[in-house]
Every structure is written in C-alpha cells, then in structure tokens.
Write a protein that binds this ligand. Structure first.
Ligand code: CA
Length: 231
C-alpha cells in the first residue's frame, strides 16, 4: 500500500455500510480505516489524522453530533473535513452538524457512485477555495469582490450590498451547502438584525435579478442553500 493514498476514516456502527463504503472507496484508490463507535473513531483520529471522515450520526454511546463537536472544537482536528451520513428525515441534525462545522452530508441509502463523488468533491473543494478578493468566474457569472460588481454574460447586475454578500459567500464554495444561520453570520456578522427567514427573501430577490443565471442558487430542502457545483 503506497503512503500517498488518501486516508478516509469511516465511523459507522453498521458493518454492512462500513463494508460498502470501504469496498467502493478502495476501488477508487483511497485507503480506508474503520471505527465502529464514536469513541473508537476519535481514538483513530488521534492516532493518525485522516484526510476525510465519514461520520454516521446515529451511533451508540457517543453519537455523531458529539463526535463532530469534539473534532471541530479541537485545534488539531478542526481542519479534517467531516461528511455526515444521515437517514432521511434527519434534516435538523444535518443543520446542526453543518453549523458545528461539518463540511457536507450524504443521505442513506446512498449509491456508491454518489458516495465516491461526494468524497472527491469535498477533498477537491478543501484545496480549491478562492481568496476573499479573488474574481470569480463561474457558470455565466463574473463576481468582482473588490468592485462589488456582478455580471451575467457581460450584463451588469445591480445588487444590494446584502444580495452581493450572499451571492459571493455561496459562490466561493460551489457545491457546499450552507444553512440560513451560516449565511446570516457570514454576510452580516452575528449582531446584525437580519433574521434567518429574511435570507429566503434576499434569495428570491437575487434570483430574480440574475434571471436565468439565478438557477445557480439551489435550494436544499430543510437545510439551506448552495451554489451549483461545477463539473
Ligand atoms: Ca448507525
């Protein structure tokens, strides 16, 4: 086994799912380690930090949310991307997990193809996040942070400061899902009097102004919003 393989840690109590994940990721040349409880998972991380963690939320003992919290609170493990594995209907857990700092989530039952794509996308995004002042050219949009300017196929779009802030925040991380709280927090700072619900209103306005390109801002039901991924 070569040491430049990327290491994925799977924390999951169901053996069938661990096997499915291991088999499919190994086919794609990842090295996979397994942990069957939250406690064992945290120990494995301290032994050798993986490149990414697939974390089941429903674990006996220390559950996935607690594990995520501990990983994201500790300086040494904060930077490791966490992809939560959830069951359908656990949207409120997903929202909580994203706000704790998890990078993404995948809903069970998932196809191997989706699993592999999601893992690769998270690893790619981790290295590809643009700088705050970098000009973004994505889909049909050009976003110029220095000038607070947005163009759709050379047509300038007149946005409010809040609309611009939301668009820029989402577009810097295509494919990444953000909760309303995260959007409010990023755009205004915590003490700005904008509610999570007003994010929906802002998004409606943004989409209207962007016309066809507004389809780049996708609604993720029960969770929040994401900017359409490029691939
Ligand atoms: Ca489970």
């Amino acid at each position: 086994m070569s040491s430049d393989k990327r290491q994925i840690l799977v924390i999951e109590d169901e053996e069938d799912i661990r096997e499915l994940v291991r088999y499919n990721l190994e086919q794609e040349n990842f090295a996979v380690t397994e942990a069957e409880s939250g406690e064992a998972g945290l120990k494995a991380v301290l032994r050798k930090a993986p490149d990414l963690i697939l974390l089941d939320l429903m674990l006996p003992g220390k559950d996935g949310m607690q594990v995520c919290r501990e990983l994201k609170q500790s300086e040494g493990t904060r930077g490791i991307p966490v992809v939560m594995m959830t069951a359908r209907g656990e949207e409120s857990d997903v929202v909580a997990g994203l706000e704790l700092g998890a990078e993404d989530y995948i809903v069970k039952p998932f196809s191997p193809k989706v699993l592999v794509a999601r893992v690769k996308a998270v690893l790619r995004r981790k290295t590809a996040a643009p700088l705050p002042n970098e000009i973004l050219r994505i889909h049909d949009l050009v976003i110029h942070p220095g000038r607070h300017e947005v163009r759709v196929k050379d047509r300038p779009v007149d946005l409010t400061a809040t609309e611009f802030g939301i668009l820029h925040f989402l577009a810097r991380r295509p494919g990444w899902v953000f909760t309303r709280y995260q959007i409010v927090d990023a755009v205004h700072g915590e003490d700005y009097p904008v509610t999570e619900r007003s994010v929906d209103v802002q998004i409606v306005g943004l989409r209207k102004k962007l016309e066809k390109a507004g389809a780049c801002i996708e609604t993720v039901r029960g969770i929040g919003y994401r900017f359409k991924d490029v691939d």
